[in-house]
Design a protein around this ligand. Structure first.
Ligand code: AMP
Ligand code: MG
Length: 417
């Protein structure tokens, strides 16, 4: 099947081939930024015991009824409890208090904590055996963090499908998870086709250029949570292309290629894909990146990006990045969009959807989208300086300065809006 289609149709075709990868058990820190594969439950109550939220005194609130700075209540200190101490056997009776540190277990009998700043020592050193004056009557339960306040033993603390940020990692740590099952990162084959290409460390000779796409694609793979596997340059001939694709399909979960998807005399991506696997489409109504090739080789999804560096970059963002996120179990696969006013007129000459490399910024409280002069698909500078794709919908015409346009936020992660 080969036809021209809209970006949405093409994306759907890509996504239809994507399956979530199996889960793997990884150490807790390795799970950062990834998606939990099963519900995680807690093995204990968190907090495990009632504990003090302040350095101060554990008291019986009723003992301090009506206490003020002018008429303080006085109590005898019968214990000195540090964080980590076992309070078994300690009981605070009427007229008594226990000096207590933050995080220490609240002893029996005490029902509130008064912070040390609201007390003064009447006699002794403020610890065991001292007499202390309290200038307030605490609320019942004040400054006590309750057992099970965060989560109860056996309860789900993080659900399957949730992305693990630093707070989630902390929760999992407090509930006993030294390792957790998360969806595997896709190994992504990065293959650059083109007999004009030389490796980056080389100075290109006549007619040659550096294989920059291999690096930009690999970097985009990493940014999307995948593991890039960069293969040697694939020369423009049928044999080499076939051998490279076969190897990639055997070793990786996803194949991303650059170049060779047009109708040039030496474009072999399509014929090899048709021979080895399945080919879905070749043209998408977008710019840059009209030729995009989707298919699969032995069940491994394949995406053929165009060779022009900017087209490669845009095509990856629109099709490959969301695919890699899906493979890792993410449900949010679209970057946030900011509506902004064009800072100047933009003329659109083709009936395709444009993804222009631009910059969205707050100017006097309103979002403004500006575009650098050169939008050539061979130039990556605009993408480097920008922070968004300014999307101009299908249809021709002039988009006047002030027109509200969608800006796909490349500087913001999916799911934050
Ligand atoms: P192609 O899609 O193979 O016709 O290539 C389109 C344009 O992108 C040509 O000018 C190529 O030289 C350039 N190009 C192709 N592959 C790469 C690459 N790996 N790195 C940088 N530029 C490339
Ligand atoms: Mg080429």
């Amino acid at each position: 099947m080969t036809q021209t289609m809209t970006v949405e149709e093409a994306r759907q075709l890509v996504f239809d081939r994507i399956k979530v990868l199996p889960a793997e058990e990884v150490s807790l820190l390795e799970a950062l930024g990834r998606v939990l594969a099963v519900d995680a439950t807690s093995d204990i109550d968190v907090a495990p015991f009632d504990n003090s939220a302040m350095d101060g005194f554990a008291v019986r609130a009723a003992d301090l009824a009506g206490a003020t700075a002018d008429s303080p209540g006085e109590l005898d200190v019968i214990a000195h409890i540090a964080a980590g101490d076992d309070v078994e056997g300690i009981a605070v009776g009427p007229g008594q208090a226990a000096r207590i540190m933050t995080g220490a277990a609240v002893p029996q009998g005490a029902d509130s904590v008064v912070m040390v700043e609201r007390t003064s020592v009447v006699s002794g050193d403020g610890g065991m055996g001292a007499r202390v004056a309290f200038e307030i009557e605490p609320r019942l339960g004040e400054h006590i963090r309750r057992r099970g306040e965060e989560v109860r033993a056996g309860d789900v603390v993080i659900s399957a499908g949730e992305k693990l940020g630093p707070a989630a990692i902390g929760l999992l740590a407090s509930t006993g998870h030294a390792t957790v099952p998360v969806y595997r990162r896709p190994r992504v084959a990065v293959l650059s086709t083109g007999s004009e290409l030389v490796e980056v460390a080389e100075k290109p000779g006549p007619g040659k250029i550096r294989n920059s796409n291999s690096y930009s694609i690999a970097a985009q793979v990493i940014a999307a949570g995948g593991i890039p596997v960069r293969y040697p340059i694939v020369a423009d001939d049928m044999e080499t292309t076939r051998a490279a694709f076969e190897k990639a399909a055997a070793e990786c979960d996803f194949i991303a290629t650059s170049g060779g998807v047009s109708v040039g005399d030496f474009d072999f991506v399509k014929p090899v894909l048709e021979e080895l696997g399945e080919l879905d489409f070749c043209k998408v109504k977008m710019r840059p990146g009209n030729p995009q090739t989707l298919g699969s080789i032995r069940g491994v999804p394949f995406f053929g990006l165009p060779g022009n560096p900017t087209s490669t970059y845009v095509g990856f963002e629109i099709f490959v990045r969301p695919s890699l996120l899906m493979m890792q179990g993410f449900s949010a696969i679209d970057r946030p969009v900011t509506m902004a006013r064009l800072s100047h007129d933009v003329k659109k000459k083709q009936d395709r959807r444009y993804y222009l490399r631009g910059r969205v910024e707050l100017v006097d409280g309103e979002y403004s989208a500006s575009l650098p002069n050169s939008q050539s698909s061979a130039l990556l500078t605009a993408a480097h300086r920008g922070n968004c794709f300014v999307v101009l919908p299908e249809g021709e015409g002039v988009f006047a300065a002030g027109t509200l346009v969608q800006c796909v936020r490349l500087d913001m992660e999916e799911g934050v809006q």
